[in-house]
Structures are given as C-alpha cells and as structure tokens.
Design a protein around this ligand. Structure first.
Ligand SMILES: [Cu+2]
Length: 134
C-alpha cells in the first residue's frame, strides 16, 4: 500500500467516525405508553432522552431542552416555536413524566424536545407513536 492511499483511508475512516458520532448521540422517545397501546384516560406518559439534557424552560443552553407532547401532530421543524395550546403540552419544569387526559379515540402522540425558549430542536429530537384511548 503506498503512503498516499493509506492517508486517504485514514481520512475516510475519520470522516465516517465523525458522522457516526453525530447521528448516534441523540436518542429520544416514549418509555410509556408503548406504540399502539390501548390506555384509559388519564394515562401516564413517560419520556426518555439520551444525548440531550432535559432541564426547565427559561434559559437556552446548548445541548439542553425540555419535553413536549404534541397531540395528532408530527415533529416540528428546527427553530419553530411550539405554541401553547391544549394540543401542545409543555413539560416546562424539566419533568419526564406527565398525566394526559384525552377523550376516547385513536391519537398520534409526538414527543418533541425544544430549547429553553420553546423553539423546536427538530425531527432528530422527536418520536411519534399511536395510542388508543378506550
Ligand atoms: Cu416548551
């Protein structure tokens, strides 16, 4: 193997490594309920986050944010402000658990992490499940 080729391989490996780290560093989702679960209202929603620090709303800190539950909605684009409505539940105390009250029906629930000013951190910081309220 000549030297130039060896350097090219090392550079490619380094690039792949960096890419992998960036993609693998954030994992968020629902601990409860499970996708496609049937629940009775009110029900507990428990969220989890790895690679992003969950803290109370207020200050904007890099790599930190708080959880939201969006009812019958998809993830919100990065930087978009999450409004305060009945269908946008802010967990602004930095909590990871909340009781949700919904009338019977099937719902899409999206958890979305947003920064201290409620600006969405985008689809990589979001997960969507479907639940049926009996
Ligand atoms: Cu918020």
């Amino acid at each position: 193997m000549n030297k130039r080729f060896a350097y090219a391989l090392i550079a490619a490996a380094a690039l792949q490594g960096a890419h992998f780290t960036a993609q693998a560093s954030v994992t968020v989702g629902f601990a409860e309920p499970k996708n496609d679960a049937s629940v009775t209202s009110p029900f507990k929603v428990k969220l989890m986050a790895k690679g992003v620090k969950i803290e109370p709303a207020g200050e904007v800190t890099a790599g930190s944010g708080h959880h939201h539950i969006l009812v019958d909605m998809d993830s919100m684009p990065t930087g978009e402000e999450i409004p305060f409505t009945k269908k946008h539940i802010h967990m602004g105390k930095g909590q990871d658990e909340i009781e949700v009250n919904l009338p019977p029906g099937t719902y899409k629930l999206t958890m979305q992490v947003a920064n201290g000013k409620h600006l969405s951190m985008g689809p990589n910081y979001s997960k969507t499940i479907t639940v049926t309220v009996k």
